[in-house]
Design a binder for this molecule. Sequence first.
Ligand code: ADP
Ligand code: MG
Length: 267
Amino acid sequence: MDNAAGVTHNIAETIDSATALTAIRTEQLCRHYRMGDAVIRAVDGVDLAIRAGEFVALLGSSGSGKSSVLNLIAGLDRPTSGSVVVHDRDLAKLSRDELAGYRLHTVGMVFQSFNLIPSMTLAENVELPMRFAEIERGRRDNLAREALMRVGLQARMNHRPSELSGGEQQRAALARALINRPKLLLADEPTGNLDSRTGTEIMNMVREFNQQLGMTVVMVTHERALAERYAQRLIFLADGKLAGDEPNPAVAARSEEHAVKTEARLS
Ligand code: ADP
Ligand code: MG
């Protein structure tokens, strides 16, 4: 009896740890838009499995469906058919409130156009997700200051976005994306509006969050060189379908090395 229970327990544990490794899974994911009589198959049967802690680039030419896939993973949009499962939760089965909670606590997002609120200071922008999460004032102030410090903007916290450079605005957007300690960082062309030096600065920060905070990163880009420099894996989309999925050995090896070092330091 004991033995049988033990075995069952072990199997359950094994299954748990196997699924725990997968952060994001999509199954036959479709998002079709109807335009008059025409149907645009923006996402057309995409199967993906992204491991927890992985840094993945989603590549493809303009119109290939990259942003549509990212928005479905983010819970900003619902699939026409198929499913998105994040940390074993099928997004389609969440109520409206649960989905809002998912967007607030599990997902951090950054966009090409930063999407900061112009009338608010950086500190107010960064603490906004915590206001929705009903975290009390003093704690919000501290966490916002800490997040802005992490991205090197503590001196600018009382400025409005229009008083900052593009790179600074994107750093503030990263601070906001991080504030609720989400497990996923979803970035849609995060360097698209930045010069290459500033873009590198932002990407180095994203890599730091991936490595030091263990966030799973999915970055949409049409720049292969950028993806090759930072992502452990390159996933290609064309016409809403998967067109390739390749490991990026150089970066994957470096990340592996970093993980081993971090483990050694912690033990
Ligand atoms: P990407 O990010 O790779 O450039 P998108 O996911 O934005 O591609 O778009 C994929 C396709 O879906 C494009 O043909 C685009 O025009 C279309 N599309 C995206 N959003 C909408 C929408 N809200 N309504 C209609 N068509 C859309
Ligand atoms: Mg796009």
